[in-house]
Write a protein that binds this ligand. Structure first.
Ligand SMILES: Cc1cc2nc3c(=O)[nH]c(=O)nc-3n(C[C@H](O)[C@H](O)[C@H](O)COP(=O)(O)OP(=O)(O)OC[C@H]3O[C@@H](n4cnc5c(N)ncnc54)[C@H](O)[C@@H]3O)c2cc1C
Length: 273
């Protein structure tokens, strides 16, 4: 009889403390939940200007190989030289990069390149901005709003963010504060998708996956192709479903801008978005 073999654990990866390719440093970290955290990475020299909505690629050398991934910047471009680039990241169980990042001590050196990306605000478009996001897909919208506030040119926004559990709503305090005190002309609508989960007991906000509330919110707030432009970011299935809803309501394709965090059809290996 063949004895069952114990599962072989992969050898832990060793992150290089220094490397010629390192040009930045992890300068701040704040945890939102078990698998969600805000990280700030700063270039050794001057900051490189970026447009809100763009992303930076950060990485470390692990077992002699550069492991790097792109992340939307959440901070105001105005502080990239002094404070660095704030990123809002989910830990993906079994992922290549995020488990390395979660183990990285503050002050550790890193590789960073960027900015890149075309998911940026349309210049001078003063229609209502419908921001639709799942999970950490809210990050670029926070950067856009921070930048518009600094410029004294806030554009009216309706901000949807879908999560599985209420404790996963990132930037909630800032966004609720802006809405409450009128700092930003904002209607903020976080939505929680698992009504039977004990963690969601007491949630008094909106229920449902974010794509399922796009149509109802458009009806309630009177958002139409004439008065609104949509930006969608995060999970690809959510993005394509939300886009379909908007196209069916007559939004022309260029009026629905999208940033997919991974290719459609590639299953999450670990934590769900
Ligand atoms: C332009 C761009 C901007 C991005 N910005 C962000 C960001 O601001 N915050 C962020 O958390 N991620 C962001 N991502 C995703 C990020 O680049 C990585 O894919 C993610 O951190 C997983 O990396 P990994 O090496 O740990 O997993 P990998 O080993 O690369 O495994 C990738 C798989 O994990 C799943 N996955 C990827 N991202 C997530 C996620 N957020 N939640 C659940 N499952 C996921 C998908 O199935 C994907 O195919 C962005 C991606 C792109 C293309």
């Amino acid at each position: 009889m063949i004895e069952p073999q114990p599962a072989i654990e992969p050898a832990p990866r060793v992150i290089a403390a220094d490397d010629d390719r390192y040009n930045a440093r992890l300068v701040a970290r704040s945890d939102e939940a078990d698998s969600l955290a805000y990280f700030t990475v700063k270039y050794d020299g001057d900051g490189v200007p970026f447009l809100p909505g763009q992303y930076m690629t950060i990485g470390v050398m692990a077992n002699g190989r550069l492991v790097q991934r792109p992340y939307s910047v959440a901070s105001d471009p105005g502080v990239c030289g002094t404070e660095g680039y704030e990123l809002y990241i989910r830990l993906v169980n079994g992922g290549q990069f995020t488990p390395l990042l979660w183990d990285l001590p503050l002050g550790h050196r890193m590789r960073m390149i960027g900015p890149k990306g075309k998911f940026t605000l349309e210049p001078d478009d003063d229609r209502i901005h419908l921001f639709i996001s799942s999970g950490t897909g809210n990050a670029p919208f926070v950067s856009m709003m921070r930048a518009m506030l600094r410029d004294g040119a806030a554009r009216r926004a309706v901000f949807l963010n879908g999560v599985s559990y209420q404790h996963e709503i990132g930037y909630r305090t800032i966004l609720e504060g802006w809405e409450r005190d009128g700092t930003y002309p904002l209607t903020y609508i976080p939505s929680v998708s698992r009504p039977s989960a004990p963690e969601n007991a007491g949630w008094s906000g909106r229920w449902g996956r974010v794509e399922s509330i796009v149509g109802p919110v458009c009806d309630e707030l009177g958002l139409t192709p004439d008065n609104a432009i949509a930006y969608i970011c995060g999970n690809p299935d959510m993005i394509l479903a939300a886009e379909r809803t908007l196209l069916d309501r007559g939004f022309p394709e260029p009026q629905v801008k999208k940033e997919l965090y991974w290719p459609k059809g590639k299953e999450p290996r670990g934590a769900e978005e």
